[in-house]
Ligand binder design. Sequence first.
Ligand code: PMP
Length: 373
Amino acid sequence: ASWFGHVEPAAKDPILGVTEAFLADPSPDKVNVGVGAYREDNGRPVVLDCVREAERRIAGSMNMEYLPMGGSMEMIEQSLKLAYGEDSDFIKDKRIAAVQALSGTGACRLFADFQKRFLPDTKIYIPTPTWANHHNIWRDARNAPDGSFFLLHACAHNPTGVDPSEEQWREISHEFKVKKHFLFFDMAYQGFASGDPERDAKAIRIFLDDGHQIGCAQSYAKNMGLYGQRAGCLSILCDNEMQAVAVKSQLQQLARPMYSNPPLHGALIVSTILSDPELKSIWLQEVKCMADRIIGIRKALKENLERLASPLSWEHITNQIGMLCYSGMTPEQVDRLANEFHIYMTCNGRISMAGVTTRNVAYLANAIHEVTK
Ligand code: PMP
């Protein structure tokens, strides 16, 4: 008998599967607007100047020892300043339990495991639609009783690119107070929505001002282009320092049997950039530059569609923010784009604007027009 004969192939990941299909297509015209990874206008992945410079500074000056179980203290401190505010009293009062995490996914997953171990009776409510992997990490959806856990995207909602306004966040915060809900912010795109990380943290700051306890997953995949480095942070605001120490120790305990301690290189890059005023200001310019390219290419896509006299409204392309555009195309139209035009995106019609360039925008617009008219 075979040990593994009963193992069926896993269902294809809805997002990563798109890249596989794209790679397998021999057409020279092919376009990948599936995975949400930033590309320059020449279609190539980008390594930020601040990252290259940080690597130069790190090179040769460090050993390869393990990080502590909770990760790099310097990286965690800088991450907290970025999310909670440079002068946050919560940081000074040591009320935040935080660990370095395996990028945003790892931060969400660690929180889910923490929740399962210490609050086994709480569900978490996640947006519909949301990033597909949230469903894998947590599972459930129903009318929320008071005192429920919620996950919301801090900014640049994936896949819709539609965020609540500041006014709406204040209302949400008020409702959460009334219902005694707990909010876990998934912040995978800080800086990518508006071009300014401070502005993109507004929702979190509103919740903090209103006296909520929150959790937060941060990722440096997009805003520093550190995708493969798996650099992120999980933080949980606690009642006091003693509680924060306890919670952090439990987060480490959860991480220990999974991966012992997080990777070093990405954490060093992040802390080197964020702790150096010169490198940080380069980073801020570069994030803004990425966000601006996306804003510009959204405009170009919309104008191209209008020029083709598309009878549909494409206002949402420029109203939405962040890297992703929720186009409104149906799975059938998405299929036609792949089969007839070699254009690949997730079946929910989500276009990664990062894959759209000056060179392919007219081709993409024409194809969208063809399948939607
Ligand atoms: N949350 C959301 C909403 C995302 O879009 C992403 C990236 N696709 C992540 C979390 C985490 O990505 P990573 O693990 O690469 O940081």
